[in-house]
Design a protein. Structure first.
Length: 133
């Protein structure tokens, strides 16, 4: 199955949590799963933001930018059987000029998007979601 959620775009005016939630819902819908906001479902999936981090360092000749994103997913069946995994990305960029705010936003958005895409490309999770195995 091909999933095309695109990249999440976060701006200062946007509610980050809502943007991530919308992206996750779109990803599940694109894979053919239906989202039930309230009530009972045969599979309950919960995604927590574990870390979204940006760090900039200044060395002697180069500058460094470090971007990290991590999400924890737990999917539980009524039988009590569950699947849990952590999806994380960490990028390090070296450059000789100070990054602009726009470039930094792009790097943060890339880390968040790539970590979320790992959820939707996890064959073990998708198999558990589809079959409970």
């Amino acid at each position: 199955t091909y999933l095309n959620t695109g990249r999440i775009t976060v701006s200062a005016a946007q509610n980050l949590t809502q943007g991530i939630k919308s992206t996750i819902e779109k990803g599940f819908n694109d894979l053919g799963f239906f989202i039930i906001q309230q009530g009972s479902a045969d599979r309950n999936t919960h995604v927590d933001i574990r870390l979204i981090d940006f760090e900039s360092t200044h060395g002697f000749l180069t500058l460094g930018t470090f971007v990290r994103a991590s999400f924890e997913l737990e999917c539980t069946l009524p039988s009590g059987k569950s699947f849990t995994n952590i999806y994380r990305v960490e990028y390090e960029f070296r450059h000789s000029f100070v990054s602009t705010a726009a470039k930094n936003r792009t790097l943060i958005n890339r880390a968040i998007s790539d970590a979320l895409m790992r959820i939707f490309k996890d064959n073990d999770f998708l198999r558990f979601l589809e079959t409970g195995q």
